[in-house]
Every structure is written in structure tokens, then in C-alpha cells.
Design a binder for this molecule. Sequence first.
Ligand code: C2E
Ligand code: CA
Ligand code: CA
Ligand code: CA
Length: 279
Amino acid sequence: AKQEGRNRHAFFTQEMQALAMRRLQLENALRRAIERGEMCLHYQPQISLCNGSLIGVEALLRWNHPTLGAISPAEFIPVAEHTGQIVTIGEWVLRQACVQLQQWRQAGLPSMVVAVNLSAAQFRQPDLVQRVAQALADSGLPAEWLELELTESTAMHDPQAAIATVDALRALGVHLSLDDFGTGYSSLNHLKRFQIGKLKIDQSFVRGLPDDAEDAGIVETIIQMARSLGLKTVAEGVETEAQRAFLQQRGCDQMQGYLLARPLPAKDFESWWRARFSP
Ligand code: C2E
Ligand code: CA
Ligand code: CA
Ligand code: CA
């Protein structure tokens, strides 16, 4: 038994070492990823559940490293957040998304918003508002076509400060949405003071629809609550027709998910749009 314990200990230590090595490797590789052109954005459409019209696209970061291969944002975003690199990376995402949307507008694609994810560290930058204004000015994109997604936990960490930042961003003319809604701890009292336009219902609740009674109840409650606060709702991670039907029936406003399209490279999004919407 003693020997066994020792082996298990050795095993865990090795595993932890491997994890720490990988982390360090990613940290170093991240430092150069943007300048080496290893990052790009994919775009995932969101449509109205009411009439099927295109509302916008969410910009999602992709990293393809020459030797490590494609690395999931679920793995590298936490590393970048931990080291603070997310601030530089996030700024690049913001600028790139604005430039892409402005190009699409000029190429005659329909009016739609581009949604960009903001990390907590980015959101807390004292000059965030100027940075957003500068990205808009440099790309020529009117503010009304940019939406910033902040997670419920970012918003509720220090609600007073967050409300002030959101107010300042709203004054610029950009839209805001609350991401991963339902996974954090929103106080209704704070929620009603946020000038936020929509709640994104977290995919962990969408997954169990329509059969899981708990998920169904939670989703219905979020939709009702959003409605009484005058907020729109978008369900993320919609994969099946049954999920879509449930959400539509319950009055959810918009959907995003594999059922509609996976996040697509810019060129593929254009083809998707042409095939689906253009006459
Ligand atoms: P998120 O903001 O909640 O983004 C939604 C995630 O769900 C994306 O994962 C998307 O590809 C995935 N997804 C969309 N539809 C479906 C579906 O029908 N089924 C399933 N199973 N998944 C679906 P992705 O692209 O891997 O990104 C993961 C997370 O990484 C994002 O979650 C976000 O928190 C973060 N992230 C991605 N890009 C950025 C970025 O530019 N900046 C920041 N700060 N975070 C980012
Ligand atoms: Ca998001
Ligand atoms: Ca989300
Ligand atoms: Ca999520």
C-alpha cells in the first residue's frame, strides 16, 4: 500500500509538471503569437428567433501555432488572463473585429453588429473608453455596430465601478451584453441599473433543453426576468431543432449555435451569408 501511494504521488507530480510545462510553453508562445500572424478571428452568426433575420456575429479568437497546432481559447485565454497578456490580445481582437465589420459594410453585407468579448482585465483598464473610441475611429465603424460582451462575473465583481464603465461605454454609442448569464451571481438590484441591452443565456442551460426540467425552468425564468427588465435575450450553444423550438416558444429573442453555424473564418462567413440571405 505504501509503494502504491508513492507511485500515485509520483504520477500526480509528473502530471502536474507536464501541466506547468505546457502553461509555460503557451505563455512564451503567446508573447509572439500576434506579431507572427498566428491569431485570427472566426465569426459566429446570431439570428432573430422571431423572423430569422441576421442580428450580428460574435468574434471568437483562434490560435494556430506552427508546432503546437490549434490551441483552444478555453485553454489559452485563462493563461493570457493570468499573465495579463489578454489586455494586448483583446485590444487586437477589438481592432480586428471593427476593421472586418467595416469591410463587410463597405462590401454590401447587411447591417449587423459585431460582438467582441471583453476580459475582466480589459474592462478594468482606466482608459478602456478611449481605447474603444480609438478602435472605432481608426476603422471608421460607427459605434452602434459594435457590441461588447462582458461576463456576469466581470460585471458583478465590483458592480458600482462596472456600472460607471458601462455608462461611459453607452455614451460612446456601443451596445453591451452580459455573457454566460446564469453562471454568476447577479443581484437584480444591480442588474436593473446596468445599461445593458441583452443577456446571453449560458449554453450549460441550453444543453438540457427541452427535456431537462431544471434547465427548462431556469431558461424560462431568465427570459421572463429579462423581459421585465426590458432586456433582450440570446441563447448560446443551440444545437438542435428541439432546443430552438423551445426557446422560440418561450419568447427568447435570438439564438446562436451550431444549429445555425459554427464560428467561421471571415471568407466562409461571407459564403454562408450569401447562400442563406442574398437574393
Ligand atoms: P463564449 O464567449 O461563451 O463563446 C461561446 C463558445 O461556445 C465559443 O467557444 C463557441 O465556439 C462555442 N459554441 C458556439 N455555438 C456552440 C454550440 O452550438 N455548441 C457548443 N458545444 N459550443 C458552441 P470558443 O470559440 O472555443 O471560445 C471559448 C471561450 O473563450 C469563449 O466563450 C470566451 O469566453 C473565450 N474567448 C474566445 N474568444 C475570445 C476573445 O477574443 N476574447 C476573450 N476575452 N475571450 C474569448
Ligand atoms: Ca461571448
Ligand atoms: Ca457565453
Ligand atoms: Ca461560455
